[in-house]
Design a protein around this ligand. Structure first.
Ligand SMILES: CC(C)(COP(=O)(O)OP(=O)(O)OC[C@H]1O[C@@H](n2cnc3c(N)ncnc32)[C@H](O)[C@@H]1OP(=O)(O)O)[C@@H](O)C(=O)NCCC(=O)NCCS
Length: 147
């Protein structure tokens, strides 16, 4: 399936909210996304096909550090390379803004996301105990440090 990756525009915010609600027990609300969109540190990239949302990634860049917040792909579109394309494009865009250090947290049980991040070059740094709620779970801390 052909797709393009581009910045999130207001007309796709409702679709991002639907994807968040489908994937996460504590999803971003529409108002959160609208306010992050006005924050110059934050970025949202979407993968679309004929203007339909397939997946998205959110992150923020502060000086040389980039924090990845969420990446999600609709279930019927998984396994096609969209997740890795979104992470790779995020790295490329954040590098242009000066980021050289990338950080993220992921649920310890989320093996598909952990494998995705490892495929994109991230390493395991440690564990944050009881980091998540609904359900309570440790986070695996991962980073990618570029030369
Ligand atoms: C994690 C997620 C974004 C991956 O998206 P995707 O489009 O399926 O990812 P890709 O097709 O680009 O796969 C990239 C790599 O991830 C790993 N991966 C993806 N799905 C996997 C699965 N079901 N089992 C094991 N590894 C998997 C593989 O290493 C894969 O590389 P490969 O195809 O060369 O083996 C998707 O599963 C998702 O939306 N999950 C729910 C939301 C979520 O948990 N996000 C992470 C929050 S931190």
């Amino acid at each position: 399936m052909g797709f393009v990756i581009k910045p999130l525009e207001p007309q796709l915010v409702d679709s991002v909210v639907r994807l968040e609600e489908l994937c996460f027990s504590v999803p971003f609300k529409k108002q959160d996304i609208l306010s992050y969109l006005e924050n110059p540190l934050w970025s949202f990239l979407v993968a679309t096909h004929e203007n339909e949302l397939l997946g998205y990634i959110s992150y923020y860049v502060n000086f040389d550090e980039c924090q990845i917040c969420n990446v999600a792909v609709f279930p019927e579109c998984r396994g096609l390379g969209l997740g890795s394309a979104l992470v790779e494009e995020m790295i490329s865009q954040a590098k242009k803004r000066g980021a050289t250090k990338f950080f993220l947290e992921v649920r310890e049980s989320n093996l598909s996301a952990i494998k995705l991040y490892e495929k994109c070059g991230f390493s395991r740094d440690g564990v944050s105990k009881n980091h998540y709620s609904k359900p309570l779970e440790n986070a695996l801390l991962m980073s990618l440090i570029l030369d």
